[in-house]
Design a protein around this ligand. Structure first.
Ligand code: NAI
Length: 338
């Protein structure tokens, strides 16, 4: 069956890595018709709106999205389109699996799935300035919202993921010693949900700062991790760094009625347009999409081809220690698929 998927190539390196991924998916025989749409800076420049109505309509229609990274202006300008898409379609579960692919790096045994709450916490962006003594920016304040229902569904997602994938332990990451309401509620609810999985999946918990240190000392001790929005955002970049960087880290944003697949990394303006970006993260995200669609065989073929290209052939872009271009890497993966 042909799948119709909304495709948002995105900004910066987005169009380069999207082009590479489409070539590889095509060579692997993925049966997909792409519904191309604009988002982010590219959309702002073309239509005056970073998230045009046509794009939203396409996402509503197709319910599955493959998205390149989108640039968000820092400290001013429009709000993150990524956050807007997650909220609009209630894509509450952000799944970021990371494992060692290339041997000989810092760690040989990383195999972590981070499950991050995607719609609540500080990232709701409820922020204001308070004027003091005539200074309109004297004080900045931010409000985090964490709900029992939001905690329950993300923790349950993590445990269900563990059951489905034969994983043994879920680690709850929090800061309940200081953030007694927001992080405290998350931990309490996590303990309640964990009871239902007693004897099937173990649960433990760790404070975020200790967790950051333990990840660097011995990442092999972690299995599935579940945490709130901002902690998950930060930890997933750290975890990506353990296995060679953002070029290898894919992610999925899952809701009840839709799913959006993307790389963990951003639009990498420092290397955009140079033809050197690593398309692997977005490619592995497209494999998560194929799994989600039930095309497990095509996904497996692509993952094998990528691993052989990186490990057996030693063909790598420069972010993971090689010297080939995006195009040369793409050609090599396609050759492996032949
Ligand atoms: P970034 O992830 O774009 O880049 C961080 C570093 O990693 C840079 O040195 C970059 O060259 C490198 N890098 C990232 N992806 C790479 C790849 N595929 N191949 C080789 N090297 C790669 O983070 P940064 O610079 O903080 O953010 C740039 C923009 O991206 C910002 O506007 C930010 O808001 C946006 N962003 C968008 C995301 C999304 O669309 N989901 C996620 C994260 C950031």
């Amino acid at each position: 069956m042909t799948h119709v998927i909304t495709l948002i190539p995105g900004d910066g390196i987005g169009p380069e890595i999207t082009d590479a991924v489409l070539r590889i998916l095509d060579a692997a025989g993925a049966d997909i018709r792409w519904d191309r749409q604009l988002g982010g800076m590219a959309a702002l420049e073309a239509t005056g709106d970073p998230l045009p109505g046509d794009t939203l309509e396409s996402v509503r229609r197709n319910r599955i999205v493959l998205k390149g990274p989108l640039t968000t202006p820092i400290g001013k300008g429009f709000r993150s389109v990524n956050v807007a898409l997650r909220k609009e379609f209630d894509l509450y579960a952000n799944i970021r699996p990371t494992r060692t692919i290339i041997p000989g790096g810092r760690y040989e045994d990383v195999d972590i799935v981070l499950v991050r709450e995607n719609t609540e916490g500080l990232y709701i962006g409820f922020e204001t300035f308070v004027t003091v003594g005539g200074d309109p920016r004297a004080v900045a304040q931010s409000t985090a919202i964490v709900t029992r229902q939001g905690c329950e569904r993300i923790v349950r997602y993590a445990f269900e993921y563990a059951v489905r994938h034969g994983r043994r332990r879920v680690t709850v990451v929090h800061k309940a010693n200081i953030l007694k309401a927001t992080s405290g509620l998350f931990l309490d609810v996590a303990r309640e949900v964990a009871e239902e999985y007693h004897g099937r999946v173990a649960m433990d918990d760790v404070i975020i700062d200790a967790c950051a240190m333990k990840l660097v000392l011995d990442p092999g001790q972690f299995d599935v991790m579940v945490t709130t929005n901002m902690f998950g955002d930060i930890l997933s970049d750290e975890i990506a760094g353990l296995v060679g960087g953002l070029g290898l880290a894919p992610g999925a944003n899952i809701g009840e009625t839709g799913a959006l697949f993307e790389a963990v990394h951003g639009s990498a303006p420092d290397i955009a347009g140079q033809g050197v970006a690593n398309p692997t993260a977005l490619l592995l995200a497209s494999c998560m999409m194929l799994d989600h669609l039930g095309d497990l065989t095509v996904a497996r073929r692509i993952r094998t081809a990528v691993e052989r290209t990186l490990c057996d052939d030693g063909i790598r872009t420069r972010d993971v220690g090689g010297h080939v271009s995006t195009d040369e890497f793409t050609v090599a993966v396609v050759r492996r698929l032949a």
